[in-house]
Design a protein around this ligand. Structure first.
Ligand code: FAD
Length: 488
C-alpha cells in the first residue's frame, strides 16, 4: 500500500479550488497539494446559487464572510421562488429555515392543516421568517432576525477567491493542459499527469475536477455513469448575464416554461440568467428566444449553450482517484445543489483521508454515503417536475412517469397523512419537502389527529404568536439593497 503524501487536483474551477482549499487548510503539513489548471480551457462559468451549508463549509476552510461577499459580488439568498410550476400563474416559495414550530409528536404542517380546515390562519409560508423577509425584499445577518441564508455569487470570481485562499494556505498551482494520464502497469492506479509542456506531475492520490470532461475518473479509469435522464430529461442550458435594472431580490427565481425552466440570480453588479430545457421538446433557437424575451436588462454577451446528462458516476472514489463537481456527475441545477455536493464530498474526504492508501473499505463507505446524498437530491428535484397540472407534452410526460421508489414512498406518505421525514445523509429538511409538496399541489388526505385535540382558540393563539414572533424578528431588518451597501 502506497502512503499518500502528495495529492494532485486536476482542474481549477469551483470544485478544484474548493478541494485544494479544504485539503491544505485541514491536512497540511501532513500532505502536499498541487493543482493543475488550464487558463486556455477555462471553467463552466455558471453555478451561482447556493444553499446555507456553504456557510458551514466556509467556516471549515476559514473564509471571512465580508471578504467573500466583496470579492464575489455576492448577494444573500433566502430561498427560491417557483413560478408557474404547478400551472401557469401559480407561485410558491421554497424558503430556507423552518416553517412554524413543530412538536415532538407532530410537525407544524399538521397544526396548520387543522387551522386551514377550521378556516383561520395564514398560508403555510406565512410562518416562515425567511419567506416573509424575501417577499418584502429585506435581509440582515443580525442574529436577532435569525434568518437562515445562503448566497448568490459570481462563479468566476468565486474560483479566483478560493484560489487566493488555497494558495495562501500552501496549495501549489501549475498552469498547463493535461494531455495524458499515466497508470501503474501492475496495480492500474493513477501515477502521473502529463502536460502539453512535457512536464510530468506525479502524485499518490488524484482528484478529478476537470468538469464534464472527467479526464481521470472516466477517460482514464472508465468508471461508468448512472444516467438519470429518464427522470430528469432536461439536457441543455443557455446562460447569459445582464446588467442590473433594479434592486437585487434576496432569492433565486425559477420560472417554469413549456419544456423546463428559467433562472434569475441577482448579484451586486449584474444578474445571471439562464434557461434549462429538454432538447426533445424545444430547439435551441426557441430556448434562446424564450430566454431573451424573459430577461430584464441588457445581455452582456450571446447566450452560451451547455449540454449535460443528469446522473452520477458509478463510483465517485475509484482506485486512487476521487471525482468532484461536474466530473462526478450532475443533477440539473433547480435546487442549487451542485456546489453543496462538492462541499459535503470534500469534507467527507478530509474525514476519511487514506493516509496509508486505501484497500477499498474507505472508498466503499464514502461511495455509499455519496450515493445516498445524490439520490436524495435527485428525488427532491424530480418532485418539482412530477407533480404538475401543466398541459404541455413535456409536463404531461413528467406527470405520467414512474418515479424512483424512494420518491413514490415519500409522496404516498404525505398524501396519506401529511408526513415527511429527513434521514441521515439527506440535505432537505421536512420543511423543504412540505413546502414543495404543498406548492406542487399535493393535498394530504389526513393529518395527525393530535392537531384536532387542541381547542380552536389555543391553535389560533399559537399561530398568532408565531406570526407576531416573525413580525418582531423582522421589524428592524433593512432592505436587502441597503444591507448590501455596507459591502460596497
Ligand atoms: C447550467 C448550469 C447551472 C448551474 N447552476 C448551479 C447553481 O445554481 N448552483 C450550484 O451549486 N451549482 C450549479 N451548477 C454546477 C456548478 O456550475 C458546478 O458544480 C461548479 O461550477 C463546479 O464545476 P467544476 O469545477 O466541476 O467544473 P469546471 O468549472 O468546468 O472546471 C473544470 C476545470 O478543469 C480544467 N480542465 C479541464 N480539462 C483540463 C485539461 N485537459 N488540462 C488542465 N485543466 C483542465 C478547466 O480549466 C477548469 O479549471 C450549474 C451547472 C450548470 C451546467
Amino acid at each position: 500500500m502506497r502512503q499518500v503524501r502528495r495529492v494532485v487536483v486536476a482542474g481549477g474551477g469551483t470544485a478544484g479550488w474548493l478541494a485544494a482549499a479544504a485539503l491544505v487548510r485541514q491536512l497540511s503539513p501532513l500532505i502536499e497539494v498541487v493543482l493543475i489548471e488550464s487558463d486556455a480551457i477555462g471553467t463552466v462559468g455558471v453555478g451561482e446559487s447556493t444553499i446555507p451549508t456553504i456557510r458551514t463549509f466556509h467556516d471549515f476552510i476559514g473564509v471571512d464572510e465580508d471578504a467573500f461577499v466583496r470579492a464575489t459580488g455576492a448577494t444573500f439568498k433566502l430561498g427560491i421562488s417557483f413560478e408557474h410550476w404547478l400551472r401557469e400563474g401559480a407561485r410558491y416559495f421554497h424558503a430556507f429555515g423552518s416553517v412554524g414550530r413543530s412538536m415532538f409528536v407532530a410537525d407544524f404542517q399538521h397544526f396548520w392543516l387543522e387551522a386551514r380546515r377550521q378556516g383561520f390562519g395564514g398560508a403555510y409560508g406565512d410562518y416562515s421568517a425567511e419567506l416573509r423577509a424575501a417577499a418584502e425584499g429585506r435581509f440582515s445577518t443580525d442574529p436577532a432576525a435569525g434568518l437562515a441564508y445562503a448566497y448568490h455569487l459570481d462563479a468566476t470570481a468565486y474560483a479566483a477567491f478560493l484560489r487566493g485562499h488555497a494558495e495562501a494556505a500552501g496549495a501549489r498551482r501549475i498552469e498547463g493542459r493535461i494531455v495524458a494520464v499515466d497508470r501503474d502497469g501492475e496495480t492500474g492506479d493513477l501515477r502521473a499527469l502529463r502536460l502539453a509542456s512535457g512536464a510530468v506531475i506525479d502524485g499518490d492520490f488524484f482528484i478529478d475536477c476537470t468538469g464534464f470532461r472527467a479526464l481521470l475518473i472516466e477517460d482514464a479509469l472508465t468508471t461508468g455513469y448512472d444516467d438519470w435522464s429518464h427522470w430528469l430529461p432536461t439536457d441543455t442550458a443557455l446562460a447569459v448575464q445582464t446588467d442590473s435594472v433594479g434592486p437585487p431580490m434576496p432569492y433565486t427565481r425559477a420560472i417554469a416554461h413549456c419544456a423546463g425552466w428559467r433562472w434569475r440570480i441577482p448579484l451586486q453588479h449584474r444578474v445571471g440568467n439562464g434557461i434549462v430545457f429538454s432538447s426533445r421538446d424545444m430547439t435551441e433557437e426557441e430556448a434562446r428566444a424564450t430566454l431573451l424575451d424573459g430577461i430584464e436588462g441588457t445581455p452582456l454577451f450571446d447566450p452560451r449553450p451547455i449540454r449535460f446528462t443528469t446522473g452520477m458516476r458509478k463510483r465517485a472514489w475509484h482506485r486512487n482517484c476521487l471525482a468532484l463537481g461536474l466530473a462526478s456527475g450532475f443533477i440539473e441545477p433547480l435546487e442549487s445543489t451542485s456546489i453543496h455536493l462538492v462541499m459535503i464530498a470534500v469534507t467527507r474526504f478530509v474525514q476519511s483521508f487514506p493516509f496509508a492508501g486505501d484497500d477499498g473499505a474507505l472508498a466503499d463507505r464514502f461511495n455509499a454515503r455519496t450515493r445516498a446524498e445524490w439520490e436524495h437530491v435527485r428525488d427532491f428535484v424530480i418532485l418539482h417536475y412530477h407533480l404538475n397540472d401543466r398541459a404541455e407534452p413535456f409536463w404531461r410526460r413528467m406527470a405520467a412517469m414512474e418515479v424512483p421508489d424512494t420518491l413514490a414512498a415519500r409522496i404516498a406518505l404525505f398524501r396519506e397523512q401529511a408526513a415527511a421525514f429527513q434521514d441521515q445523509d439527506q440535505i432537505f429538511r421536512i420543511d423543504s419537502w412540505v413546502q414543495v409538496m404543498l406548492g406542487q399541489g399535493l393535498e394530504p388526505r389526513d393529518y395527525h389527529h393530535l392537531a384536532r385535540m387542541l381547542p380552536a382558540q389555543d391553535l389560533q393563539r399559537a399561530l398568532g404568536g408565531l406570526d407576531a414572533g416573525i413580525r418582531h424578528r423582522l421589524q428592524t431588518v433593512p432592505s436587502h439593497a441597503d444591507f448590501l451597501r455596507r459591502f460596497a
